[in-house]
Design a binder for this molecule. Structure first.
Ligand code: ADP
Ligand code: ADP
Length: 229
């Protein structure tokens, strides 16, 4: 069994009056090993967000199968969604809550019982313990991104997916975010991230798939892939 498994996965976005239909995924076959840090690398518009949004339950696939931690999303979408945490690209949080409240609300949303919540432990894992009771609006951009990571982890999913986690952030913050991702991986979480930076995939991932125009054109361990480039 895999962390994520896609078989002949296809997505065509319906067109509109002014836009023709868009085939964003053209039959993707992809398997993400449990325990890996997996990079989905490709240029803008390649289909990376579409791929992960299908697993996140945010986009309906057109055809094919998708399994999260062995659970077919068509068979049990709730259980499949519970097995994954997704860190979106854009920062969307209520700025008038504190980090602690933000995580508690999310845990409530996921139905995590009070006694099973690990809110303080999560804040520590992403280096926000000392901002526990500050307002989100007072946090720096990097802190907000780290809080987003914690928010995706409140229900302790075995798989954490990050959509372009460091797009538009400076090199120092990028390295800092990488360190937190490694920390979560070391604690046992399978990591999948999308990126259009080769450097990011190279630095962080042990397996890399390259996607272009809705098709996976390579998928292999980092070492063998880089030797061919
Ligand atoms: P679907 O119903 O096929 O799953 P969505 O609900 O995801 O499509 O998208 C709703 C609408 O948002 C689309 O019809 C499209 O016009 C618009 N849209 C959102 N993102 C994009 C994008 N990146 N490129 C083009 N159109 C987009
Ligand atoms: P990436 O994440 O690699 O940048 P996306 O999955 O966002 O790629 O987009 C893949 C293709 O699908 C692009 O051509 C994009 O414009 C199109 N697309 C994405 N979302 C929508 C949408 N909701 N409606 C229509 N087209 C979309």
């Amino acid at each position: 069994e895999y962390a994520l498994e896609a078989t002949d996965l296809r997505k065509t976005y319906a067109g509109s009056k002014n836009a023709p239909p868009k085939e964003a995924l053209k039959g993707v076959d992809l398997r993400v090993r449990r325990g890996s840090i997996f990079g989905l690398l490709g240029p803008n518009g390649a289909g990376k967000s579409t791929f992960i949004n299908i697993f996140a339950g945010l986009v309906n696939k057109t055809s094919g199968t998708a399994k999260t931690w062995g659970i077919d999303i068509d068979r049990d979408s709730r259980a499949a969604r519970a097995a994954i945490g997704v860190v979106p690209q854009e920062i969307n949080m209520d700025v008038f809550f504190t980090p602690y409240e933000t995580l508690e609300l999310m845990a409530g949303f996921y139905g995590v019982p009070k006694e099973e919540r690990r809110t303080d432990e999560l804040l520590e894992a992403v280096g926000l313990s000392d901002k526990r009771d500050a307002y989100v609006r007072q946090l720096s951009g990097g802190m907000k991104r780290r809080l987003l990571v914690a928010k995706a982890m409140v229900h302790t999913p075995p798989v954490l997916v990050l959509d372009e986690p460091t797009a538009g952030v400076d090199i120092e913050l990028r390295r800092q975010l990488w360190a937190y991702v490694r920390e979560l991986h070391a604690r046992g979480t399978t990591i999948v991230l999308t990126t259009h930076y080769l450097e990011e995939a190279q630095e962080l991932c042990d397996e890399i798939a390259i996607i272009d125009q809705g098709e996976v054109i390579a998928c292999e361990p980092k070492e063998t892939l880089l030797k061919r480039m």
